[in-house]
Every structure is written in C-alpha cells, then in structure tokens.
Design a protein around this ligand. Sequence first.
Ligand SMILES: CC(C)(COP(=O)(O)OP(=O)(O)OC[C@H]1O[C@@H](n2cnc3c(N)ncnc32)[C@H](O)[C@@H]1OP(=O)(O)O)[C@@H](O)C(=O)NCCC(=O)NCCS
Length: 147
Amino acid sequence: MITIAAMNADNYREAAQIAAECFSQPWSEKTFCEELSNSNAHTYVAYENGEAAGFLSAWEVCGAVDVNNIAVREKFRRRGIARALIGEMLGELGAVQSITLEVRKSNTAAIALYEGFGFEKAGERRGFYSKPTEDAIIMTKVLNGDS
Ligand SMILES: CC(C)(COP(=O)(O)OP(=O)(O)OC[C@H]1O[C@@H](n2cnc3c(N)ncnc32)[C@H](O)[C@@H]1OP(=O)(O)O)[C@@H](O)C(=O)NCCC(=O)NCCS
C-alpha cells in the first residue's frame, strides 16, 4: 500500500537518503532539514508498506510552483509512487496559476510521467545539468488558479 506523508523532522533523513541514491548531485541532508522551516515548501515522502520509497520537493511562491525534485528508489519504480506524490502535491496547492520544472533531455521516464499530468514543453536550458552535462527541458502545466 502506498502512503504519502508531509516531510517532517522524523523523515527528512529518509528523503535525503533517497536523493543520494537517485541523483549525481543530490541535496544534502542539511538542505532537506532547512526545507522544514521553508514556508513556501511542499515536500512529501512516499512509503510502500511502511518503507520510504520516494520523495517530492516543490516551492509555491505567489501562485507559481516549481518542482525541484522527485525521485523513487529503483526497487519501487513503476508502481505508481511518483504519480501518487504528484497527485498529493496537486491536492495540497493553493490558488496556483502554473507549475514549472526542469528535466534532463534524456530522462524519458520522467518526461512521460509529467506528460501524463498534462505538462508541456515550454523551452530548453542549454547545459543546465552537470555530472553529466546535459540540456534541460522546461515543462509547464497551466492551471486555472482556482485549485
Ligand atoms: C521518474 C521517476 C520519479 C518515476 O517514478 P515511478 O514511481 O517509477 O513512476 P510511476 O510508477 O508513478 O509512473 C507513472 C507514469 O510515468 C511514466 N513512466 C514512469 N517510469 C517510466 C519509464 N521507465 N519509462 C516510460 N514511462 C515511465 C509512465 O507513464 C507511468 O505510468 P504507467 O506505469 O501507468 O505506464 C523515477 O523513475 C525516478 O526516480 N527516476 C530517477 C530520478 C529522476 O529522474 N527524477 C526526475 C527528475 S526531473
């Protein structure tokens, strides 16, 4: 069973551990801890049968949301956990006009995930990523602001 919890003082280390497993330049445990006092942050940890499986971090500022990161541990992938995390975020947002994110051009899994939620390509950032260097695709989902 998949459950989603807001990130808190008891589980932020689990989110940092997942980031370390999934990214070449992960946020540190300290950065995750600092997010706990960021009033603009929406950060969630997903569990499958009680085991930490994924996280999502986004910031909501003046009706615009940026998704910073989403990751699911390899052994838990393709079971709907990322979809559940994005669904949780969408349900928790205030009156938001748009959601924006960057994704590596080669990351077909994440691009398919975002397209499934109605995100569309809005541009590119040349050489945005390092380790390895790669362009980013900017994807945006426009909302009606009433959510
Ligand atoms: C991208 C990522 C978060 C997806 O997590 P997940 O829990 O496996 O995704 P879900 O099971 O919720 O998949 C939802 C949909 O996304 C798409 N998708 C997910 N993984 C996919 C893959 N490997 N290939 C193609 N489509 C994929 C599919 O449309 C899928 O729906 P379906 O399974 O019904 O076909 C995960 O692969 C991951 O953590 N990757 C490494 C970190 C990363 O790249 N994060 C994104 C940074 S922008």
